[in-house]
Design a protein around this ligand. Structure first.
Ligand code: PMV
Length: 324
């Protein structure tokens, strides 16, 4: 009753922002992401008859509080689905540099779901695994697959049609992503809290939802045409619109700090100089920059030169779940 799985994190080009069901983690809109090879979580789950509770180690440290509770809640779903009632020892190694301020929940819950279901002997296909993973962390349902991935929001109340599918494999197109590390502190508004506040109060929220179908169609066309300018332009605009909803909330908030703006300005300046680079930002101050391999050196140099940039993590597209 033991298994190990590795999952990579992902970065959304069309963001998931807002839930229609908080418990089942059903989104208000479809989203589309790239899986990244440099950032991953490897997790071993062992169900044991003599354990009196679930235990969770992250990078060798035993975890308590909210992170343990989220793991326990998720293992409970797996116990319910499998009919096996043993507690588990969970050991995770996060290769998402904590300093990168990257949400590790995507790779974390994808690796946990894959290892735990395998350990209890549930033989799930990717679609079923994605649907289950979604209930741990929404964005994690996209990390089941490599390359270009779409999470289809679905319509059913029970979430049965809300899961991710792969659009293109990781070797389809060599797009690169630089994760620009600016701030290491914990963010003050979690993604769940931020989404809820925007859905409940933002005067801009409906505009966000209404804008998704056009963005999604154009993004898919851009991917099919391998048109980097189109993909980057839509990703950047979609990110700005998502962050715009936070300013229209009550009370208003933003994830941006001064360094965030400095990176955004550098990216836009490089574009004016003819280098095709684009930014996107998740629920935090750090920025991810999209570029093509031939511009890696110039992008690296420009981003390193920004005051406040402490680290850069350069990534290619990564694969989906693997077991060892
Ligand atoms: O799944 P969560 O709760 O980590 O939310 C992720 C939300 C964003 O990162 C902002 C957007 C996305 O689609 O990943």
């Amino acid at each position: 009753m033991k298994a190990t799985a590795k999952a990579h994190t992902n970065i959304a080009l069309i963001k998931y922002w807002g839930k229609r069901n908080e418990i089942l983690k059903l989104p208000m809109n479809n989203s589309l992401s790239l899986t990244l090879d440099a950032l991953y979580t490897k997790t071993t789950v062992e169900f044991q008859s003599d354990l009196e509770n679930d235990t969770f180690y992250l990078n060798g440290n035993v975890k308590q509080g909210t992170s343990l509770q989220r793991v326990k809640d998720f293992l409970h779903l797996i116990r319910r689905a499998s009919g096996k009632n043993e507690y588990a020892l969970v050991q995770s190694e996060n290769k998402v540099p904590t300093a990168a301020g990257f949400a590790s929940s995507a790779s974390g819950f994808a690796a946990l779901a894959a290892a735990a279901t395998k350990a209890v002997g549930m033989d799930l296909n990717d679609k079923d695994l994605s649907r289950l993973t979604r209930q741990g962390s929404g964005s994690a349902c996209r990390s089941i697959y490599g390359g270009f991935v779409e999470w289809q929001q679905g319509k059913e109340l029970d979430g049965s049609d809300s899961f991710a599918v792969q659009l293109e494999r990781e070797n389809y197109w060599d797009i690169r992503v630089a994760a620009v590390v600016l701030f290491e502190e914990e963010k003050t508004v979690s993604s769940s809290e931020g989404m809820k506040r925007t859905v409940d109060t933002s005067v801009f929220y409906q505009g966000w939802v209404d804008s998704i179908p056009a963005d999604l169609n154009a993004m898919k066309a851009g991917i099919q045409e391998k048109d980097f300018e189109k993909v980057g332009t839509i990703a950047e605009a979609n990110c700005l619109r998502m962050h715009g909803t936070t300013l229209g909330s009550n009370p208003p908030f933003t994830y941006w700090l001064h360094g965030t703006l400095a990176v955004m300005e550098t990216v836009q300046k490089m574009r004016r100089e003819g280098i095709p680079v684009y930014f996107t930002i998740d629920a935090g101050p750090n920025v991810k920059v999209l570029y093509l391999p031939e511009h890696e050196e110039i992008v690296k140099e420009a981003l390193h030169a920004i005051p406040g940039v402490t680290n850069l993590v350069l990534s290619r597209l990564g694969q989906g779940i693997t077991y060892s």
